[in-house]
Ligand binder design. Sequence first.
Ligand code: NAD
Length: 261
Amino acid sequence: MSLKGKVALVTGSTSGIGLGIARAFAADGADIMMNGFGDPVAIESLRAGLAAEFGVRVLHDGADVSKAAPIAAMVARTEAELDRLDILVNNAGIQHVAPIADFPPDRWDAIIAINLSSAFHATQRAIRGMKSRKWGRIINIASAHGLVGSAEKSAYVAAKHGILGLTKVTALELANDGITCNAICPGWVLTPLVQKQLDARAEREGRTVAEVTHTFLTDKQPMAAFSTPEGIGALALFLCSDAAATMTGSPYSIDGGWTAQ
Ligand code: NAD
């Protein structure tokens, strides 16, 4: 287990991709600080389940990552209660779909805060300990929308392009501190974030979700298949391995060919 003795903080890990990454890290021996919203009973069951299944320490912190202060407190709590912070995954994210002319300014602000600024605040806090130990891994969950645009997703596409810029600068500044920073750019993954978009399209077109799913996928991806939280977890795990020690500052696509076009 290559991550035994390491501690990982994964933002937005109560659901979807973040949970897939937290599971992959826990299975490889890492202690985990989970983060994210949800029903407290369900979150406690996830936390206790991961700890029991893999024999690692797992805590949950409900920090709202749209704000700097709770992020700083969550990083400090990780270092205090799990002793260190070696791996930071900036994953928490939200979506809102509307043309620019109608895009609610409060949704723009929330998406930039949660999908982009949170990664800056968490990175700023986490790298202090990583530098002192001369080892760290920072993984930013971007998107195919970090590389290409789609109509009606101005805030999301801006935030995801922004996080690729932050990834590059973080990598450059920490290049000789034993710390790497990379981004993962998924295509479609069937999580609550995407399910909402499928449901909205089915309702708009008067069709079933099953009927719209194939078109939804192939509108963007040559491959008519969802990527999975497990696949993204495995890629994140590889980026933490010794084999990936010199991989830094790059986006890694897992997108069914979306951005090959
Ligand atoms: P999801 O809705 O399943 O999970 C989002 C997580 O973020 C949840 O745990 C939620 O509680 C948490 N979260 C939301 N707002 C938060 C806040 N203010 N503070 C703390 N936690 C908060 O979504 P997902 O699809 O797993 O998305 C995870 C990441 O992957 C996002 O950054 C998303 O943009 C990115 N992504 C998703 C897809 C996809 O197809 N699902 C594709 C590319 C990129």
